[in-house]
Design a protein around this ligand. Sequence first.
Ligand code: RIB
Length: 318
Amino acid sequence: MARPSAASLVVVGSLNVDFIAGVTHLPKPGDTIVANQLTKRFGGKGGNQALSAARHGAQVMIIGCLGDDPDGRDYRNHLRREGVNCSALNTVRSVTGCAHITVDGKGENQIVVIPGANGTLTGPSIKMQRARIAVAGALLLQLEIPLESAVEAIKIANESKVPVILNPSPVNGDFPWNEVRLDAVLVNDNEAREIFGLTPSAAAQHHDSWKERLTSKRIRHLVITRGAQPTLLISKTAVTEVPAHPVQPVDTVGAGDTFAGVFATQLAEGAELAEAIRWANTAAALSTLKHGAQEGIPYRGDVQSALQETKSSARTRA
Ligand code: RIB
């Protein structure tokens, strides 16, 4: 049995409607190519991460903005059905944000986001949610919303000693790293290179350089996901590798968001970092077995079964 989650999370972030074009190969600059199908799904990094945490058993409140259009109304109903608390989700006079996503035959993707209502989430509107952020078990956020609102939310959490987990995606060169404290930062391999200017695969050999970057950016723990390669956990004392869960992905859109929601839930429950990564790696891998950012996000019981299967097949091999 999965232990019941005692985690209460606040997610501050974006909500998009994803238009997903299936193609045989991704277009190069200047190319026109023909898609073999188009699907419309709920997405956005904030919505995806909130749903991932809710399916992992957390009590989740989302702070964000939807448009006053049918997509906004449908998205709110969808989140309510999934058990996400929408009392801090504003409806604004705008279209709901959307994303144009292209996915090739190998599951690789390109994404262009049109912010819409997400762009109206301002610093002052975050200040109005101070009481909700201040009592959270953890704050989880990404950078698909105006930077000032993400920074404001982190400052409120820092003042209230609420752990902060930041997935700084998409990367924003203006993020004021030394004005806030971050308990965990979650990035993929490309984002790690861009933000830290170092090569993740050589982290163990260059631990001192990574430590210096973590200290100057006021980050306690850095987690670097690398697809099928082991996830790296870089802390002041060590670099730890946590194996990925082996799958044949059909669509990797939203895998990082699934990881973030599960990782944050596990951490807020008090799990050790490596254990939280083990659950998150498995959930992210399972999420790639279906098309769409949210369709494949697994429930906690599915993640637990997959982890048990991995353990028993390892025992059989030994
Ligand atoms: O991380 C995947 C998400 O990125 C998609 O759902 C899309 O909406 C963009 O926000």
